[in-house]
Design a protein around this ligand. Structure first.
Ligand code: SAH
Length: 214
């Protein structure tokens, strides 16, 4: 594998900055977090390339640019409490953990959850709380959140998630059919809900009671 520090610099310049990611804190997090630790041994040489990679169980670690775009849209502040739905490899949670005070991350596949936990512990990212369960209900016991990020594609916005946002809280979620989704940012304001579209994307399915059925 190439020198990971160099590989990260190249990834940030060629995949993120060149496509318009501007938030310096977000770019710094991508320079810091060792993405190659979040994929299996046989894929490490591809860890900094411009596409998603398999993490087993039919799931993927998202393309770096997609992680950056969603993170920038979520706009986490240093004091924020953030919920992620779909821990997967733990990479998105690790990026968030550099940018806010506490991350909660929920995953339905327990083997993935425990593998991610191990990686995050080894890296010393202790402000991330991992949970196993159906994230289409959010995580009510630790709500409300300053931001919620869903890293799987939903057929519709699960109502519970909006209810778990603080005022001015942001929800970033891909919504659409099983092959293509629209990346949405929904902001809970004191007057109601504001919704924006951030473009097309393609995620694995959000499977659960308020998502796709298995
Ligand atoms: N954020 C991850 C990428 C995750 S892929 C990373 O950085 O690696 C999407 C993940 O969402 C998969 O691991 C999948 O098992 C999980 N998932 C799908 N439906 C879910 C649900 N209802 N609750 C929690 N996790 C879910």
């Amino acid at each position: 594998m190439r020198d990971p520090v160099l590989a990260r610099r190249t990834m940030v310049e060629e995949q993120l900055v060149s496509r318009g990611i501007k938030d310096q804190r977000v770019l710094s997090a991508f320079l810091e977090v060792p993405r190659h630790k979040f994929v299996e041994e046989y894929l490490k040489y591809k860890a900094y390339d411009d596409y998603p990679l398999s993490i087993g169980y039919g799931q993927t670690i998202s393309q770096p640019y997609m992680v950056a775009l969603m993170t920038e849209a979520l706009a986490p502040s240093p004091q924020d409490k953030i919920l992620e739905i779909g821990t997967g490899s733990g990479y998105q949670a690790a990026i968030l953990s550099r940018l806010c005070s506490t991350v909660y991350s929920i995953e339905r596949v327990s083997t993935l959850a425990s593998r991610a936990r191990k990686t995050l512990d080894e890296l010393g990212y202790f402000n991330i709380h991992t949970r196993i369960g159906d994230g289409t209900f959010g995580l009510p016991q630790d709500a409300p959140y300053d931001g919620i990020i869903v890293t799987a594609g939903a057929p519709h916005v699960p109502e519970a998630l909006i209810g778990q946002l603080k005022e001015d809280g942001r929800l970033v979620i891909p919504v659409g059919d099983q092959s293509i989704q629209d990346l949405k940012r929904i902001i809970r304001t004191k007057d109601g809900i504001r919704e924006e579209s951030l473009g097309g994307c393609r995620f694995v399915r959000l499977i659960g009671k308020n998502g796709w059925q298995e």
